[in-house]
Write a protein that binds this ligand. Structure first.
Ligand SMILES: NC(=O)c1ccc[n+]([C@@H]2O[C@H](COP(=O)([O-])OP(=O)(O)OC[C@H]3O[C@@H](n4cnc5c(N)ncnc54)[C@H](OP(=O)(O)O)[C@@H]3O)[C@@H](O)[C@H]2O)c1
Length: 316
């Protein structure tokens, strides 16, 4: 059997990278081997990946030399940044630059960069529909990723630009699940009006990325978006009602109200949802379900994700 090509996976102990590492490891007869990059090779999550057959190596996106070592000898690299760990678009750009430099240095033949749209192309900073944040952004965690695309192209790294989608898992880990109102009724709160929110099981992002690596050349130099389904708030509430056996309503709020909720990142997310609401055609159009399923044939729908995960959603 030909030697397997190594895919170096940043964020392998997390959602996107974890999904990719597990997809590679599941496909025992497949062409790739998984190299999981982590800051702590002895953590429980790192050991779990090693047990499944991953090579586990140290690497930190704040340290370009560590990334050069971690990418060495690899065919592919999955590159992702961690905005919600630091809330800094400038750090996100520096981290992306470090990954692009390490990929170029290691002669990576196919990188996937987990990015987003630059919302300022649709809503310039001068546009008062939503506030400008941190001086230079409308949706900092989108705009910074988009700005960082050029690090990969400038250095000539063969790259696929992967547009990800909202994780349904945010209902478990990010406090976005149904909550009880003063009337004791459950509701999900989103500023999406009657527009559709493309979303996905976080695990499936990595599985789609695996499909991209398998197709290789076809996807280098292209931008591809993935989503499991495009659903309105009302459709999500109906699916939750069915899965929980208890009524869940859709609490539609204006973006201004969402921005004022006060939790860290509320303004960024308020602007993000407003962008998705106001530019539905552009945003949904960039995330084709058929393309996503062609990359990952067992792509989950929201109902399928709920069937596995509904008991893990905290209901407060
Ligand atoms: N939540 C959503 O709906 C959503 C949707 C689409 C895109 N995103 C984007 O997804 C990105 C985060 O990806 P994710 O959700 O897969 O992350 P995640 O699940 O939070 O995973 C974080 C993992 O990344 C590693 N990590 C953190 N800081 C690191 C560093 N300095 N160097 C190397 N590794 C580091 C950690 O690994 P170790 O501790 O093992 O080092 C951790 O296990 C964000 O930029 C966000 O904007 C989020």
């Amino acid at each position: 059997m030909a030697e397997k090509k190594i895919i170096a996976v940043v964020g392998a102990t997390g959602a996107q990278g974890g999904g990719l590492a597990r997809a590679i490891l599941r496909d025992k007869g497949g062409p790739f081997a998984a190299r999981a990059i982590t800051r702590d090779v002895s953590s429980d999550k790192a050991r779990e990946l090693a047990k499944l057959g991953a090579e586990v190596v140290a690497g930190d996106v704040d340290d370009v030399e560590s990334l050069k070592r971690a990418f060495k000898g690899a065919h592919g690299a999955y590159c992702v940044t961690f905005f919600w760990a630091h809330f800094s678009p400038e750090k996100e750009k520096a981290n992306a630059r470090a990954m692009a430099e390490a990929a170029e240095h290691a002669g990576i033949q196919h990188a996937i960069w987990s990015t987003f749209e630059d919302t300022r192309k649709s809503v310039p900073l001068s546009d008062g529909r939503m506030p400008t944040l941190m001086g230079n952004y409308k949706v900092p965690h989108f705009d910074a990723k988009a700005e960082a695309n050029h690090y990969f192209t400038d250095l000539g790294v063969p790259t696929t630009f992967l547009l990800t989608s909202f994780y349904w898992d945010n209902m478990i880990y990010f406090g976005m699940g149904p909550k009880e109102g003063p009337d004791g009724k459950l509701a999900i709160t989103l500023p999406m009006g009657d527009k559709k929110l493309p979303a996905i099981a976080a695990e499936d992002i990595g599985a789609c990325a695996y499909g991209i690596f398998k197709r290789g050349k076809e996807y280098i130099g292209t931008t591809v978006g993935v989503a499991g389904e495009h659903l309105t708030g009302a459709q999500m509430a109906a699916a939750l009602t069915k899965a929980l056996g208890r009524e869940v309503r859709y609490n539609e709020v204006p973006p201004d109200v969402y921005r004022s909720f006060g939790f860290p990142g509320a303004e960024d997310l308020g602007n993000m949802f407003q962008f998705k609401r106001d530019f539905q055609q552009l945003y949904c159009g960039a995330r084709d379900i058929g393309v996503s399923r062609s990359l990952h044939p067992s792509l989950q729908t929201f109902d399928a994700w709920l069937a596995k995960n509904v008991s893990r959603i905290p209901l407060e």
